[in-house]
Design a protein around this ligand. Structure first.
Ligand code: C5P
Length: 218
């Protein structure tokens, strides 16, 4: 058993991909498995937290004891996040939120047309940046950054620009790590400090991340 470092604390986690509808039968999405977010939920439960898991469409079974809010689109995920964040001590954005959605969702199935089809996309809200910008009841806010190059600099940029308390950066160009894998390696950045967590299973890594977050709560 783990020490109850998060007893009495509420942790809200976003996980998985979002699904942006184009018409009644089609969507834009990505390959996020939700494994890291679900592992974080499990780890937070082990440390005694109350856990809200806001999950996009994934095939995983949520950890027993988590309060699961199932969502599809980024806009739905944002609604759930902004409802739960002010009641949370920690907010972790682990979801791979689609950066763009269709400007208009067609009411009927889009018919096959000429050789080219142009879709107009508009930017989705940055959910974690909105949570981090809460003026009252702002939770300790932790983001993830998946990068393929210059990992530390891009991650630190996101820490600052999104006004996060911590960012967990992973180099997704490393073979067998990150997206969809059962293993990952992370570097945590907060303030002017950092901590490198070598490759291990997502459940082990998640526990280390949650313990590290727990020590930073006042
Ligand atoms: O900007 P980028 O997508 O790389 O940032 C990743 C971090 O921001 C993750 O924590 C992700 O969950 C969060 N994010 C978000 N809403 C978006 C885009 C990213 O919450 N629209």
């Amino acid at each position: 058993p783990e020490p109850p470092l998060l007893a009495g604390k509420t942790v809200t986690i976003t996980a998985g991909p979002t699904r942006e509808p184009l018409d009644p039968v089609r969507f834009i999405s990505n390959h996020s498995s939700g494994k890291m977010g679900f592992a974080l939920a499990e780890a937070a439960l082990k440390l005694g937290a109350t856990v809200n898991l806001i999950s996009g469409p994934v095939t995983l079974t949520p950890p027993a004891g988590a309060r699961v809010v199932k969502v599809e689109s980024a806009l739905e995920m944002r609604d759930a996040a902004l409802t739960l964040a002010p009641h949370s001590d920690v907010f972790i954005g682990c979801a791979a939120v689609a950066d763009y959605r269709a400007a208009a969702v067609a009411e009927q199935k889009i018919k096959k047309q000429g050789d080219e089809l142009t879709l107009t996309l508009v930017k989705n809200p940055d959910i974690i940046a909105e949570v981090a910008a809460l003026s009252t009841k702002r939770p300790y806010t932790v983001g993830f950054a998946a990068e393929t190059q210059d990992v530390a600099n891009y991650a630190k940029g996101k820490l600052t620009n999104k006004k996060l308390d911590m960012i967990c950066a992973n180099d997704v160009s490393r073979e067998g790590l990150g997206f969809n894998s059962d293993h990952n390696a992370l570097t945590l950045f907060w303030g002017n400090e950092s901590l490198e967590l070598p490759p291990c299973s997502k459940p082990e890594l998640a526990l280390t991340v949650m313990k590290s977050v727990a020590t930073k709560l006042s």
